[in-house]
Design a protein around this ligand. Structure first.
Ligand code: GLN
Length: 520
């Protein structure tokens, strides 16, 4: 039977509850236990399919094609473990399941209500994660205690404590402890109130994680302990840092996971954190180093960096391996369309994936700029489609070549619908063409990468492209081209799949490592 750790948030949102949850899971895994993670999101979108990256940042895709919040990417990278579509459950999914069961007559004439039916569905979803092979499930409840929307989840996890039995669940509450600048004093009242609100629901937190901009003083810890019924050792501080990787180490130094494991009646072991520690130190020395390179990330969500979270993490961790800081500038594709010289001075260019026509012309212009000036360039998804359209138009003389996504009348649809038409999501095998740059990068003939696209590169013009100097370097098992390269350029690689989803903190995807290596 799996044990459960529930992570709730209080006072304000945006405290890094997801990183706290991921840290807990990572630290427990580092002690040799098996872990799984789930995030419950209290919004009604069934998944992230129609969710704007402006709202929740990037859509993260799991191995099995699940579409989740960007925090699922953090979970996977912290844990170095594949999660699944069951790792991100929204109210949309829960309510849909209940309504479908009601339509099937499963409730035998009862009125269907939030309690017990919605809460029952939440518990059923949690039970699916209870597996003999999983020691601990870390479950994050999205939102803040007091929100109307997350109330059913809190009610469900309250019920779980009894259902799971004594010593099988732990509640961690992540709150904010502000400091009044004038007096330098920590204010514990918002946390006290938030804990009171949790207690009203019937949840007594076992551990309180206090996010603050300054280290907590003894008096604040004692006060919190007294008013929140939590012993001082279970009050953990998490002081603001700009190095995300430092957070689990700081939490571990306060015995964060040890307190939880003790409450779960599990043996506390010495976690293996050497590799993590080393990476963390590299990140810190890179941040202060003058060995830096600047990369332009051409996309359309430039106001929202989290829209490209996995991509940026993949680039940065590739830099860490070379002890180099990567400064990423988000460059609006529209600005490149207007004036490509905005790309002057960057050591490398990444042309981002995306949906919708906005920015497509700018991505085409960026590809042209990188190809002609031989600036190392990595093109992904829509970025790679733009690069192929540009090559067809400007090198192969196929004027008006286009993607069928935006122009169904084009005489040359170099990008055409996936067959049969669908959104291709999740991990699929791709065969690398021997002798190509890509085969040197991967060192393997068949690799698996994650996809999320409706359009593919067309194979109709494969020979024409080859004659003009562009090689398709990977194909699906049915022969659809999935990656290309221009061998005469230093690095000009386009992939229909998104290698960033497979890039881990301690195990960078080789495409990113090579891209950075070429630039250095
Ligand atoms: N919008 C494009 C498609 O659906 C590209 C998606 C992507 O960037 N992964 O094919």
């Amino acid at each position: 039977m799996s044990k459960f750790i529930f992570i709730t948030g209080g006072v304000v949102s945006g405290l890094g509850k997801g990183i706290t949850a991921a840290s807990m899971a990572m630290l427990i895994k580092a002690q040799g236990y098996t872990v799984d993670m789930v995030k419950f999101d209290p919004y009604f979108n069934v998944d992230s399919l129609y969710l704007s990256p402006y709202q929740h940042g990037e859509v993260f895709v799991t191995e099995d094609g699940g579409e989740g919040d960007l925090v699922i990417g953090h979970y996977e990278r912290f844990l170095d473990q594949n999660l699944s579509e069951n790792s991100n459950i929204t109210s949309g999914k829960i309510y849909s399941a209940v309504i479908q069961r009601e339509r099937e007559g499963a409730y035998g004439g009862e009125s269907v209500q939030v309690v017990p039916h919605i809460t029952g569905e939440i518990i059923r979803t949690l039970k699916r994660l209870d597996k003999p092979e999983t020691d601990v499930v870390v479950c994050e409840i999205g939102g803040v205690v007091g929100d109307i929307e997350n109330h059913p989840y809190l009610e469900a996890i309250r019920q779980c404590k009894v259902a799971l039995g004594k010593g099988n669940s732990v509640y961690v509450h992540v709150t904010y402890v502000p400091v009044i600048e004038m007096s330098g004093e920590h204010k514990t009242k918002p946390t006290q109130n938030s804990v009171k609100e949790l207690q009203n629901i019937g949840i007594l937190p076992d551990i309180i994680v206090c996010r603050s901009d300054y280290a907590l003083d003894e008096a604040a810890i004692k006060k919190l302990s007294l008013f929140c019924n939590v012993d001082c050792k279970s009050i953990i501080e998490s002081v603001t840092t700009d190095n995300l990787y430092r957070i689990p180490l700081r939490l571990h130094a306060q015995n964060f996971e040890g307190v939880a494991l003790t409450k779960l009646k599990m043996e506390v072991r010495e976690p293996k954190l050497d590799a993590w520690r080393e990476m963390c130190e590299r990140a810190e020395s890179a941040a202060n180093s003058d060995k830096r390179i600047n990369i332009a990330l051409v996309g359309k969500y430039v106001e929202k960096a989290t829209a490209y979270q996995s991509l940026m993490d993949a680039l940065k961790t590739a830099g860490l391996l070379k002890n180099i800081a990567i400064d990423i500038a988000l460059v609006s594709a529209e600005s490149v369309a207007e004036n490509p010289s905005v790309l002057d001075g960057y050591a490398g260019i990444v042309i981002a994936p995306g949906f919708g026509v906005r920015g497509f012309d700018g991505k085409i212009a960026a590809a042209k700029y990188a190809r002609e000036k031989d600036v190392p360039c990595l093109l992904i998804g829509l970025g790679a489609q733009a690069g192929l359209v540009e090559f067809a138009r400007d090198v192969c003389g196929m004027a008006d070549a286009d993607s069928q996504e935006f122009n169904t009348d084009t005489p040359y649809s170099v990008v055409r619908s996936v067959e049969p038409p669908m959104l291709k999501k999740g991990a699929f095998p791709t065969m690398i063409t021997p002798g190509t740059y890509l085969s040197k990068i991967y060192g393997e003939q068949t690799v698996s990468e994650r996809h999320r696209h409706r359009y593919d590169f067309s194979d109709t013009y494969e020979q024409l492209f080859l004659k003009n100097g562009l090689v398709f370097s990977a194909h699906s098992p049915t022969g659809v081209p999935e990656a290309y390269e221009i061998p005469t350029n230093k690095f000009f690689i386009g992939t229909i799949f998104s290698p960033e989803y497979h890039s881990r903190l301690l195990n960078t995807n080789p495409i990113f490592s090579e891209f950075i290596k070429v630039i250095c």
